[in-house]
Design a protein around this ligand. Sequence first.
Ligand SMILES: *Cc1c(COP(=O)(O)O)cnc(C)c1O
Length: 364
Amino acid sequence: MDYKISQIEPYVGQEELSNLIRVIENKWLTEGPFSEEFLSIIKQFTGAKHALLTNNGTLALYLALKALGIQTGDEVIVPDFTFNASGSSVVFAGGKPVFVDVDRQNYNIDVTKIEAAISSKTKAIMPVHIYGQSADLYPIMKIAKRYNIKVLEDAAQAYGVFYRGKHTGTIGDIGMISFFADKTVTAGEGGVLLTDNDSLYERLQYLRNQGRLDSGTFVHKQLGMNFRMTDLQCAVGVAQLKKYQEIEGLKLNNFRLYKKLLSDMDEIKVMEEVDHSNLVPFRFAAIAKDLEALIDHLEARGIQTRRFFYPLHSQPCFESLGFRTKTYPNSDYLYGNGLALPVFPGLKKEQIVYICNCIENFYK
Ligand SMILES: *Cc1c(COP(=O)(O)O)cnc(C)c1O
């Protein structure tokens, strides 16, 4: 189906194009000047001491888990409501994700349920900052300290999201931000790892670039893989970061307009905004009555919808982990009732009015 209003549309144009032309003219295609500029803007914006590019967010999580020393049998606490990669990266690193239910109002990990999931095998907690708001990090850091376990922040969806004034991804031991095409700022594919820890940073450098610190040499001190980005991607990324404030403003305006137009409707309950974090909306996320019929109604009118993330404890790919028999009332509720609508920066005011009118007509 050819959608009139798609779920996502990256905010790319002339700036990205002219940077790409510069890369081709420079004839330096792998990491180079744009990668350096990309990293330096990210470090300045987030306040992270070290930042390291990766080819995507999923492999960034994998790399971070390896650098944290996750081994076979080690457990990592992961929220049950997140994109699948938060859990699969743990499995690929050799560990076992242990799923914890989330908050029904703001969809982030329920901090009060973390301690019950900790065992003698727990090595790390992976808070995920879902749908553009931060998880409640200080209580998580406290628990991690008490049990001497590491914190790896999945801030894939959280560029520009600050927890009590500190950028997400810079509070735990390591943080990851994704630059996939549907994230707030994109390079097509790509990711970045943030850390203030010098020795973790060194481990990550060896792991990501063939076990050496400098490219162009052929003596490899350690075993490493290739997790690099390209300057073509970073050229796009740099252009995106330079217009970040504009992107954030447009997405936020879109979110607020939906909220205003839908505020009188009892059938729609918008994701709750938390005090400890600003919001950089990933989607317009809400609980909707009669979800499946509403989706059919909207799709038939040219509006591309998405459901929420499928709870990880029920994922077929994690069946052998044995969490299917456990109860996760909130993530089940969110999947069963959650609707994601587009908020991308280029979405027009009239389009949001149209979408909200369609919703209103459906409930009438
Ligand atoms: C997008 C996303 C990832 C994976 O990032 P990629 O760059 O697409 O590999 C991981 N976790 C969450 C929460 C995400 O939204």
